[in-house]
Every structure is written in C-alpha cells, then in structure tokens.
Design a binder for this molecule. Structure first.
Ligand code: DON
Length: 338
C-alpha cells in the first residue's frame, strides 16, 4: 500500500485512563526500588562524552494527559536526548510538509538493522528507511524548513522545546564529542546524498542532526514530550497544540515499527505500546489517551536500549493496564490496578 485515500474523520475515540494518582505514584516508586539494583548492560562508549555516565543513574517519570506527573529517582537530572529526538523531529517534519509526503519521502518500514546501519540506505533502490533510525532521521532533518542552517536550527529547537513546554539547551560537550567522532553518520549522509535522499548540504544535515541529539532533557521533560503524543498533540502543561492528532497517530505507528530498531518486535510482543530508546539511556513509552512513561538509566543492551528502561516499561505497562492489545471477555469485571 504505497498511498492512501487520506484519513476518514473519526467521530469517537476510546482510550481509557490511568488508575488513580496514588496507584500510579506507588507503582512508579515500586518500579524504581525493584529495578534500581539490576546491574546488567553497558554504558554507551561510541560517543566519548557519554561514556562517563554513571551506571547507577536511574530516573522514572510518568505524565498523565491531564498534566499530572509521577516521579522517582533521578527524574530531574538532565542528559542528552540522543535518538529520542527522532519521533519529535519526524512529527515536526510531518507538520511542515504533510504526513503523506513525509512517509513517501522517508519511508516507514522497519529495516531490521541496528540504528546506525549504513545498509539501511542500501536496502532499497530509493534509499528509504524510516525516521527512527539514523539514516531516516538524517534525511528527515534535511527536510526541515528554513532558508539557511540557522533558520533550520531555530525550527528544530523551537519545535522540540514546544513538546517539552520549556526552552531546551544544547550540551556543548556532548555536541563537540559527537562531532569529533561522527564518521558513521557522515557515511550515512554521503550515501543518502548519492541516492538523492538528502534535501540540504550533507554537512548541514549532519550538524543539525548532531546538535538536536545533544539537547539536554530530564526524564520528566521526556515524559511530557511523549505525553504530548498521547494527548492528540497538545502539550499537557502549556496547553499548546504542538502537532495535529493525525500526526500523533503517524508518529506512534512508526515508533511501534522501529522505535527499538531490530528489537522492535520483541518490545511490542512484551510491552504492547509505542516506544523509543536513545543511546544515553533514555526511553519513552506512549499510552495513547492516557499518558506516557520516560526513564533514564545509562546501561544498554546489545541493541542500544536501556536495560532498566525496558524492565520498567514492562512492569508499568502490565501494572497500569496499558498494553494496547489487552482485553477481557465481555461481561467479565475488569479490576482496578492494585
Ligand atoms: O547518531 C547517533 O548515533 C547518536 N547521536 C544517537 C543514537 C541513538 O541514540 C541510538 N540509540 N539507541
């Protein structure tokens, strides 16, 4: 299915809600206590400035669509957003050029390959991947509107800040560190360019992509950003409409397909929600209509996904009743979460 007749207006959307605030806060604390002692995984070493992160750092934040937040541990400590910028950047590009054109131009299918794979570009004749992996995200960045690099950067910074509900800032040390060790992404940009899949200078695309990855966020910022995707595009605290409801749908679909790269199937099988991970140890999970979860814990598994983040998402998806595929036979009482 390469094109669609466009959306059919929906008159009714049913999503449910989170359990009571007391239940959510107590489960967030329980998850933090339970998984804080897990010592599997390895802190990312590809970007030198990230290699010094403490493996002990662990923060959890849940944001509800009414703006309430529930936190534990290092939820207020800033870290670089890395790949977690990808769904929000894609949302902004969809908003700017239209979701149908964004899909046709970037692709939305899983590559089944690691996030930084150069093969992602060579996989199809047109060089399409999806905006959750580096290749598709660099291509998406090159589509950002603006007459020069500075205008394009303002668009990205303003847009991501609107998702967060506060002005975000770049971590200069992380930005410089990644700039100095960026050969992989530079290769991807050259290949994209060779496939006519880059819409600005490769150097500009890489610089804008690298700068956006170095934006500092906390777990609570990420929970609110992700909650905007759970809330029809309206930031739950500022009340600002950042993107249209249809774009939320599109972004969440691509997160389901490729948010955890080659382990996206395992993630969906177990957690049943759109998710996205980042190399600095952040993770987001979105429960449409209800809210979102963000975690920060630097040790990663082989695919680059936070180990404690995945455990927390699994625990909270189950205990908060968030799995999108869950149902009970009709007529059977559905209990409240404990
Ligand atoms: O471009 C990179 O490789 C990093 N700035 C971001 C990668 C990332 O976060 C993937 N995460 N699991």
């Amino acid at each position: 299915m390469s094109s669609s007749p466009g959306p059919i207006p929906s008159s009714w959307v049913s999503t449910g809600h989170l359990p009571t605030p007391e239940v959510v806060q107590s489960l967030v604390r329980e998850a933090h206590a339970q998984f804080g002692s897990v010592d599997q995984g390895r802190v990312a070493h590809g970007i030198p400035a990230l290699a010094t992160a403490s493996p002990q750092s662990f923060g959890i934040s849940v944001a509800a669509t009414n703006g309430a937040t529930f936190n534990a541990g290092d939820w207020a400590v800033p870290f670089s957003i890395q790949s977690l910028s990808k769904p929000f950047l894609f949302a902004l590009v969809c908003e700017a050029i239209g979701e149908q054109l964004a899909r046709d131009t970037l692709g939305v299918n899983s590559t089944g390959l690691p996030f930084n794979s150069v093969l992602a570009v060579e996989r199809t004749e047109e060089g399409l991947s999806n905006p959750m992996v580096n290749a598709g995200a660099i291509a998406a960045t090159s589509l950002v509107p603006g007459e020069d690099a500075e205008a394009k950067w303002r668009f990205i910074l303003d847009g991501l800040s609107r998702f967060a509900g506060r002005r975000l800032e770049v971590d200069a040390a992380v930005y410089q560190s990644e700039q100095a060790t960026n050969a992989g992404n530079e290769n991807i940009a050259s290949l994209l360019s060779a496939h006519q899949q880059l819409w600005c200078e490769p150097r500009t695309a890489i610089d804008l992509y690298t700068r956006q990855c170095a934006l500092l966020v906390t777990a609570q910022d990420l929970a609110l950003m992700a909650c905007t995707l759970a809330n029809g595009g309206r930031q739950p605290l500022s009340g600002e409409t950042v993107i249209a409801p249809l774009i939320c749908r599109r972004v969440l679909a691509v997160m389901v397909t490729a948010g955890l790269y080659e382990t996206s199937g395992d993630w969906l099988y177990q957690i049943g929600l759109p998710g996205k991970s980042g190399v600095s140890g952040g993770m987001i999970t979105v429960a449409p209509g209800k809210g979102a979860l963000a975690t920060w814990s630097p040790p990663l598994d082989e695919a680059g996904n936070s180990v404690r983040g995945q455990l927390t998402a699994h625990f909270l998806s189950e205990r908060l009743g968030l799995n999108l595929f869950d149902s009970r036979p009709s007529g059977e009482a559905i209990g409240q979460a404990p």
